[in-house]
Design a binder for this molecule. Sequence first.
Ligand code: ADP
Ligand code: MG
Length: 267
Amino acid sequence: MALEQLLNRLKMDHLQASLDSLCEHASKQDLNYREFLEQALLQEWGGRHQKGLESRLKQARLPWIKTLEQFDFSFQPSIDHKIVRELAGLGFVERGENVVLLGPPGVGKTHLAVALAVKAAEAGHRVLFMTLDRLVSTLLRARQENRLDRQLQQLTYPKVLVLDEMGYLPMTREEASLFFRLINRRYERASTILTSNKSFMDWGEIFGDQVIATAILDRLLHHSTTLNIKGESYRLKDKRRAGLVTTPTTKEEETSLAPDSVPMSSD
Ligand code: ADP
Ligand code: MG
């Protein structure tokens, strides 16, 4: 069988595409057989990895791509750099633990959540990003259409589920109980990264029911890391510097939050 045909059958598209330049490179560099084989397989592997990553990132539906390297930690001294580094190691994903990012608007909650999700996708994990708002409407629609169970099951597949912006809109009791069912399904199986502008004390208000709020917090925080970001909005920093806004600006930004960044693991 000819080489082209073999590569075709073996589905080595990336190697096939760069075969000529690889051979040229090998002869210029005087590579031995072993080195050449290594380069050739590396080319195929690299191409597959990149394609896989692109497809995982597409499926993740991130609002934008931001990385941890793009995050200016000096602007947000309340964040313990060590904790973020530890999270970036993705041990929490392996262990199915959660991350809760709390803080007023603009302090980088979504940025950090997205950056961790990108890291997880790079490591080969399936990732999904949803605003709380979209999650709730997705679950409500699924219930209406009698396919809630299947929908909940689908939402347990991603190894990392980012739920962004909890607390902007209060939930009805029905919505809160749907949310609880999802958290319960994912509990100890897969990681959820949640961002909220409300402190844990205010969760009763969000869910309209203290009992459900307690049950949700119980599952969510059992194995989890909470980062409580206290600081200025990054969005407003330039405006503030120019004297266009005074500190603090909105009621939301005055929201008092629970204690400092604390890694929580109750066992
Ligand atoms: P939040 O979700 O807390 O409201 P975002 O994560 O959306 O805030 O941040 C608002 C914008 O500011 C984003 O474009 C984000 O990338 C940027 N940003 C926030 N904090 C930082 C930071 N410390 N370093 C770099 N960019 C930041
Ligand atoms: Mg946000």
